[in-house]
Design a protein around this ligand. Structure first.
Ligand SMILES: [Zn+2]
Length: 574
């Protein structure tokens, strides 16, 4: 570790905050402070390290037919300043799980847990900044995963009637007979204050039902720990009461950590995947694509649950020989869809802000092809309100705009504690408003997670330290390292070790030398430009150059081109 890195590792405690009201780092949030209060002697030393864990699976063969997935586990030190905490060189590969871990996740994680327990007891370390040795303590702070990996990591099955790993058994989802899935429809009125008018609404939610239930009790770390300890193993595997009393698939090794009860937020819901899935469902429904959640099955389930006569499927009558699906006001009409796509086709963004969405627009099929997580992120936060205004009724637009604004505030780089608390109150109302518009089939576990996101911001800090964008980038680099397809894990481990050595040694290079610490800028802003007109290219792109050996013929034609086009040579040609 260089002197510079050693200094940076104390940023969480000594770093300057320009606005004390705003949270810019996980250390500004409640969970961090709560842990400090519980363990003041360890928190007093700024050089002690808190780490986050992240894992996700990928298919190294790139074939959909091969079911094999490889699961790298990343360790991320959280002490570093906001700008560099999640940079590639600070995301460490600590474990590779060969194949889908399933309920054996706890077994695979054992070596890491052992090391964490050892690190909690202190390890002698040399500090380069003060040139002295000290006893360093390292502990687990939180984990970040997509929803399925969350379930594997915390050992709560995220399928079935209790899919929310935060509410656990407190919120039971409803089964949609026709849709064949569990839905979180009308499960959010209980999160509202007791006097809220939505609780008495018997028309717009489940027909004839008013909600008087109190707000669900979210279990604390100690309560969860006690519940896990009390699990009784079944003879044939699993635990007694699985599926009815609880959804614990195995005992997570994290409960072995002596400080597990003091972690206010042991796992994070990934905002990136949540936002992407919500945006994807919303896009498909508004644009009426084949993935629309407002399909025939949803309409049949709607008839049994809701009092929305105009939206129910209409039986054959008179000349109509087929069942008819009536049009609804929240789906854009075909002309509107064409206009919207034309608008997206002409959209321009600032450089580096978003991918070029217009490339994917297909006016023939009325689709946008190849939209990725970040495109949905931009779409729901920036484009959605402008895109649908005037094409959907005002009351629908207001709710969609509110949803867009909610995500924009939530994903801000700096977020104040007051805004986080305000969002906590807004979130259940917002989901209820969506329930008044969309059919029950629209509400999957993801839509339910909206109610938990602001609480996690209050506890864990800004989402940029808790979402999966850096993890997905890490995964992409790991995937590129699978060069030997017969020995996936070994080839990744070897290539990764080499990269880690390069990352640490290049820290000692001079700052003006190009290395992986100082990558080339995206644009040519070099001051020492060529004096020859043809080779001046300030603000041109610097990327994409490769080494190539020219043939004699190619070399000659390039020379001819250069000489013919160089203004400095023109007088000699004349
Ligand atoms: Zn929940």
């Amino acid at each position: 570790m260089t002197e510079e890195t050693a200094k940076q590792m104390t940023w969480h405690k000594n770093g300057k905050r320009y606005n004390p009201d705003k949270m810019v780092h996980p250390s500004d949030a409640e969970a961090w402070q709560y842990f400090n209060d519980r363990h003041p002697e360890k928190a007093a030393e700024a050089r002690n390290v808190r780490v986050a864990f992240a894992t996700d699976g990928f298919n190294p063969y790139g074939l959909m037919s091969s079911p094999y997935t490889c699961w790298p586990v990343f360790t991320i030190p959280l002490n570093l300043p906001p700008g560099i905490a999640f940079q590639r060189q600070n995301v460490f590969l600590s474990l590779i799980i060969p194949g889908h871990p399933g309920s054996n996740m706890g077994v695979f994680m054992e070596p890491v847990i052992d090391e964490l327990i050892k690190a909690w007891g202190g390890v002698w370390t040399y500090d380069r900044a003060t040139r002295s040795s000290f006893k360093m303590y390292v502990w687990y702070h939180y984990s970040l995963h997509d929803f399925l990996a969350y379930g594997l990591f915390c050992a709560w099955c995220v399928h079935g009637k209790f899919p929310c790993p935060v509410c656990k058994k407190a919120v039971r989802f409803i089964w949609l007979k026709k849709g064949g899935k569990y839905s979180s429809f009308d499960k959010h009125r209980q999160f509202l204050p007791s006097e809220h008018p939505f609780r008495q609404d018997i028309k717009n939610f489940t027909k004839g039902v008013a909600v008087t239930d109190p707000k669900p009790h979210i279990r604390s770390g100690a309560e969860v720990h006690a519940q896990i300890d009390a699990l009784v193993p079944n003879e044939g595997g699993g635990f007694v009461g699985y599926g009815e009393e609880h959804m614990w698939t195995h005992k997570s090794g994290l409960t072995r950590l002596p400080y597990f009860d003091d972690l206010l937020l042991p796992h994070n819901i990934d905002v990136m995947h949540t936002e992407k899935n919500i945006a994807e469902a919303l896009w498909a429904t508004l644009m009426n694509t084949e993935k629309s959640k407002d399909n025939v099955k949803a309409r049949v389930d709607l008839a049994t649950l809701c009092d929305r006569k105009k939206q129910e499927m209409q039986p054959p009558s008179g000349r109509n020989k087929k069942w008819k699906k009536p049009k609804v006001d929240f789906v854009l009409k075909i002309d509107a869809r064409r206009e919207v796509l034309q608008w997206i086709k002409n959209l321009m963004f600032p450089d580096g802000y978003a991918a070029n969405l217009s490339r994917g627009v297909n006016l023939g099929t009325l689709r946008v092809n190849g939209m990725k997580s970040h495109d949905y992120h931009i779409w729901i936060e920036r484009l959605l309100p402008a895109m649908v205004r005037g094409y959907v009724p005002e009351h629908v637009w207001k709710v969609l705009a509110e949803l867009s604004y909610f995500f924009r505030l939530l994903c801000a780089k700096e977020i104040s504690r007051n805004i986080a608390m305000e969002l906590e109150k807004v979130a259940p109302v917002l989901v209820c408003k969506l329930e008044k518009i969309f059919p029950p089939g629209f509400f999957l576990p993801m839509q339910h997670l909206i109610v938990h996101l602001p609480t996690e911001v209050r506890l864990g800090g800004p989402v940029q330290f808790r979402w999966c964008f850096p993890v997905e980038r890490g995964l992409k680099t790991v995937r590129k390292k699978c060069t030997n397809k017969a020995r996936i894990e070994a080839s990744v481990a070897e290539a990764y070790l080499r990269e880690e050595v390069a990352n640490f040694t290049t820290l000692y290079y001079k700052p003006n030398l190009p290395s992986n610490q100082n990558p080339l800028p995206r644009y040519n802003a070099d001051e020492n430009e060529s004096t020859l007109g043809l080779f001046q290219g300030q603000l041109g792109s610097t990327s994409g150059s490769t080494v190539m050996i020219l043939t004699n013929k190619e070399w000659r034609s390039i020379m001819l081109y250069v000489l013919n086009n160089l203004t400095e040579v023109q007088p000699f040609i004349k």
